[in-house]
Design a protein around this ligand. Structure first.
Ligand SMILES: *Cc1c(COP(=O)(O)O)cnc(C)c1O
Length: 523
């Protein structure tokens, strides 16, 4: 039997491993087994029992449903348990350190939630008369003001609803500018570094451009020789999409030269601002020659990442692109705040409309609350602490793991799998982290690093939490170095063990079918 530092046994005394233990209920300790709601709640039960309405005439004209809706019938306590049990199978930033690189899994301050629930922000409708929602419009305008100030850019489009949507917004503005120059037939090539997030090339293609990949150099930055070579024939250059700090967690030190050269070539500079958390308050993208950049409010400004949405990806624009911002947008005159809804008048040059309404009001409220409660100095400190925490992890882990590049990192630490024995790798390390109670880090991204492990600890983690995580990771890394075969079976303690990840991603089973009675009888 082995014990941890507080004297608790870490393997059962009987000699069996924890994964061998089968329970009758299917639960593991206090982690409750839970079936699908369709399997739990019989359709012939109901949580509410209303008397049949009297004196109501059926007006369905013979099209009344003849079969049961097959909806599960659960009482309130049963429903509660079902969802609480499911929620406990989820990992969350409120539960522990969330090292997912590139995602900036920030703590969402409860003050944000309180403000977002105020009726003047939460209970309004986007089609309400504008004079009844002046406060909400003012909030959008104030947030826009802060975003412009922090980035040093003259304009911002608030409606994009995610980072990728913001990329689309920025690239559509660039496209519109090229159309205005009469060069859309020829300027079709967009340069994208090999380390880019997949959404960058996808956006360029979606906007009708061709992608030309730039190599990374040995320092994990844009290979300037390769970049310059690609500009030799520049008549067809529409622009570049570059992430800074980049997805290797490194600051692109040649960024000003890159901006100058792309502008000389007649192209525009799109910056992927997903990693703005590392530089806010310290660097203004406007000073670097950037023409368009999205900001993920759900990363940098602490609004929740809600299982794929809603996010918010406001996109700041330079003078060259400002007029092409999509409608609607908020303007302010002596009569108050007003929405420009149509591509005419003030919105005449707009490239169009990205979505039905004005963006994610709930995210705007949370982001502005975060900004105002931190102040300029607090935001700067958040960026500095994010960088400090990542470097702490890099410094502690480099005794066992292989950092992908030399030198200090920005807000995330990147390792390759060079240190592992041949029989185990990145996937096994990630799975073993689940047994230790952590969501795995980002793995196999960026593609320029073999077996990449990208770890972003976020700024609110204390030194004690960082150490607790590093202790777990260090022990796993030592086992990986020694080629410990047992890593290949991890996770041992999760409700599900190793899944066929390819099948799960490509052929997900998203629909439940009621088992046929004869099949049940035969089994
Ligand atoms: C998160 C991220 C995106 C996309 O943002 P979404 O809000 O998920 O659409 C784009 N680029 C980088 C570098 C990112 O980290």
């Amino acid at each position: 039997m082995t014990m941890n530092s507080t004297g608790r046994p870490t393997t059962p005394s009987g000699g069996e491993t924890m994964s061998d233990i089968q329970t009758v209920s299917g639960s593991r300790g206090l982690m409750q087994h839970e079936d699908l709601i369709f399997e739990t709640g019989c359709t012939n039960k109901t949580g509410v029992d209303l008397p049949a309405p009297k004196g109501l005439k059926n007006r369905l004209g013979g099209v009344a449903r003849k079969r049961s809706t097959e909806l599960p019938g659960l009482s309130e306590p049963e429903t509660m348990r079902h969802y609480v049990r499911l929620s406990q199978k989820n990992y969350a930033i409120d539960l522990g350190l969330f090292p997912l690189g590139s995602c900036t899994m920030k703590h969402n301050p409860r003050l944000n939630e309180k403000v977002a629930r105020m009726p003047g922000f939460a209970d309004i409708h986007p089609l309400q008369p504008q004079y009844t929602v002046q406060g909400a419009l003012e909030l959008i305008d104030q947030l826009a003001g802060w975003l412009k100030k922090l980035t040093g850019m003259p304009a911002v489009a608030m409606s994009p609803k995610a980072g990728a949507h913001g990329e689309f917004c920025g690239m559509m503005a660039i496209r519109r500018a090229i159309i205005a120059r009469g060069e859309i037939e020829t300027r079709t090539r967009v340069l994208v570094p090999a380390s880019a997030h997949g959404t960058n090339p996808a956006t360029a293609v979606q906007c009708g451009f061709k992608v030309d990949e730039i190599k990374a150099d040995k320092r994990g930055r844009v290979d300037m020789e390769d970049f310059k070579a690609k500009l030799e024939t520049s008549d067809d250059i529409a622009g570049i999409m570059l992430t800074n700090p980049n997805t290797c967690g490194l600051f692109e030190t040649d960024i000003r030269e890159i901006a100058e050269l792309i502008h000389q070539a007649g192209g525009y500079f799109y910056c992927d601002g997903a990693n703005f958390n590392a530089i806010m308050g310290r660097v203004r993208p406007g000073d670097l020659g950037i023409d368009a950049m999205h900001i993920n409010l759900h990363k940098t400004f602490s609004t929740p990442h809600g299982g794929g949405g809603p996010g918010a990806g406001p996109t700041v624009l330079s003078d060259a692109l400002a007029d092409y911002a999509p409608v609607p947008f908020v303007i302010h005159d002596e009569d108050g705040y007003k929405l420009v809804e149509e591509a005419e008048g003030e919105g005449e040059e707009a490239f169009g409309r990205l979505c039905a309404f004005h963006g994610q009001m709930g995210m705007f409220t949370r982001a502005l609350t975060y900004m105002l409660s931190h102040g300029a100095d607090g935001l700067k400190q958040a960026a500095e602490d994010a960088v400090l925490n990542a470097n702490y992890i890099q410094a502690r882990m480099k005794t066992v793991m292989t950092p992908a590049f030399d030198g200090y990192c920005m807000h995330e630490a990147l390792f390759s799998d060079a240190f592992t024995a041949d029989n185990v790798g990145t996937l096994d390390i990630s799975k073993a982290l689940i047994d230790e109670g952590y969501h795995p880090m980002t793995m196999y991204f960026p593609l320029v690093v073999h077996g990449a492990m990208l770890i972003e600890p976020t700024e609110t983690e204390s030194r004690a939490e960082l150490d607790r995580f590093c202790d777990s990771l260090e022990a796993i890394a030592e086992r990986a170095k020694a080629g410990d075969e047992s890593l290949k079976g991890a996770p041992y303690l999760a409700p599900m063990r190793r899944l066929d990840e390819t099948q799960a991603a490509r052929k997900p089973v998203l629909r439940w079918y009621k088992p046929e009675p004869e099949k049940i009888a035969a089994e």
